[in-house]
Design a protein around this ligand. Structure first.
Ligand code: 0X9
Ligand code: ZN
Length: 426
């Protein structure tokens, strides 16, 4: 038997929980807790390390891989509950896999993250807010800016919530920028950043920014996965997927960023419902991705720029998530990407990498930006992985909302300036 096979066989005996168990400690009643859960950063240095990590991922469904796919020399962040820490680190050591503890106690970070639970109403960017507050804030804008802000209902979710956004227009008929965020429920910084951008579009007095804001029609959907977002506020802070369920599935939820119709389930996506990257039972099985795609289709003639916000890792990505092809305007998107990350760095020195999803993060099929590029032919398509690089990961403290939003806007401005210049010269 080859040596790796023997080693993996040995690993089998370590697995104590049946495959397919829910990946997280879901408290019977109330909120899931993460006391003593650690996030390890592992550096797979060989294809053997990759194979072992994939095997660990398969055998221990209760481990939450914060980095979704495993590849050589890419750091992998994995959250491990206390009862498995000894075993898992023994395994890392046994295979000489370099690792370090990135987060020592996930629950402590959750507790420190924000004080939103004590607040009943209101909205600002000193804190993370639940869906209800986001939606009432959007409502208040519609009232406050009649003729400029209108409410857009994309559809309704699996649990019957509205999937809502706003249209901001200072005179209809301009090229459209669509900003999608919150696809992954636990990536709270994306919802906060998207709403901050909305606020800037309406209130900024900076002349350059104003001119840019007013030369587009904007659609912003701060939370494209409202069921998931709500669930992260009420029940489980670390929830990622949608909340769809059916009798023939063991686990709840589909990864909305694996459910779009571009090489669906081909790579970097799972057919197993308990996986965090479950692609769903079929293409566009999720009402949230289906209705969003239909909406995008309906505005596709005017859609010039599609922007998507995720976290974390500090990356600016362009299509595609597969090796098979590059976008036809790859060179153009790379040039713009370079300018955008330079602009982002100016303010606080925050460093981003840029490139195609496949080249700079990992193979991941079925994501929204790939579909938008391929199916709609939208010219300027970008996806951010916002702050940070893993120190807090998804649990970015609320005092980083404003700096994150400001630097993100700097990069967005660079992209839009390029979009304007390049479409004018045609
Ligand atoms: O895995 C993902 O969906 C994204 N990373 S995240 O940590 N936010 O979950 C990156 C995927 C790359 N993007 C696309 N495939 N569109
Ligand atoms: Zn994400």
């Amino acid at each position: 038997m080859p040596r790796v096979a023997v080693l993996l066989l040995a690993l089998t005996t370590l697995a104590s929980v049946a495959h397919g168990a829910p990946p997280q400690t879901e408290a019977a009643a109330g909120r899931a807790r993460y006391d003593g859960h650690r996030v390890y950063r592992v550096q797979p240095a060989s294809s053997r390390h990759v194979a072992i990590l994939q095997e660990i991922q398969r055998r221990y469904p209760q481990l939450d891989f914060w980095t979704q796919t495993i590849a050589i020399s890419r750091p992998v962040d994995v959250m491990v509950p206390p009862e498995l820490q000894e075993r898992i680190t023994e395994t890392f050591n046994g295979y000489a896999m370099p690792y370090s503890i990135f987060i020592d106690d996930v629950q402590r970070l959750i507790d420190n993250e924000s004080s939103h639970r004590q607040r009943a109403a209101g909205f600002d960017w000193t804190d993370y807010y639940p869906l209800e507050n986001v939606y009432s804030w959007l409502d208040s804008l519609v009232e406050q800016y009649p003729g400029v802000v209108s409410s857009v209902v994309i559809g309704s979710t699996f649990e019957g919530r509205e999937q809502r956004g706003v249209k901001i227009s200072f005179g209809d008929g301009k090229p459209v920028v669509f900003l999608e965020s919150g696809a992954h429920a636990r990536e709270w910084i994306t919802v906060a950043t998207a709403t901050y951008i909305v606020n800037e579009l309406l209130t900024s007095t900076n002349a350059t920014f104003r001119a840019l804001a007013e030369s587009f029609d904007w659609y912003v959907v701060p939370s494209t996965n409202p069921d998931g977002y709500e669930y992260t506020h009420t029940s489980n802070r670390m929830w990622r997927k949608t909340r769809s369920q059916s009798d023939d599935r063991l686990c709840v939820g589909t990864d909305p960023n694996r459910n779009w119709d571009y090489y669906w389930l081909d790579e970097g996506a799972s057919p197993i419902s308990c996986s965090e990257t479950y692609a769903g039972p079929s293409v566009f099985s999720e009402v949230e991705t289906r209705t969003l795609s239909e909406f995008l289709q309906s505005i596709s003639d005017d859609l010039l720029v599609y922007l998507s916000l995720h976290s974390y890792s500090q990356l600016l990505m362009i299509p595609y998530g597969l090796n098979y092809e590059r976008p036809d305007n790859y060179d153009e998107l790379m040039e713009i990407g370079g300018k955008a990350v330079d602009a982002l760095k100016q303010r606080y020195g925050t460093q981003y990498q840029y490139g195609t999803i496949y080249d700079i993060i990992y193979p991941a099929a079925g994501g929204s930006i790939d579909w938008v590029k391929k199916a709609l032919g939208t010219r300027f398509v970008f996806e951010w992985e916002l702050r940070d690089e893993g120190q807090y990961g998804f649990l970015l403290p609320a005092d980083q909302i404003v700096p994150t939003a400001l630097e993100t806007i700097d990069s967005m401005v660079a992209i839009l300036q390029e979009a304007v210049a390049r479409t004018a010269s045609r």
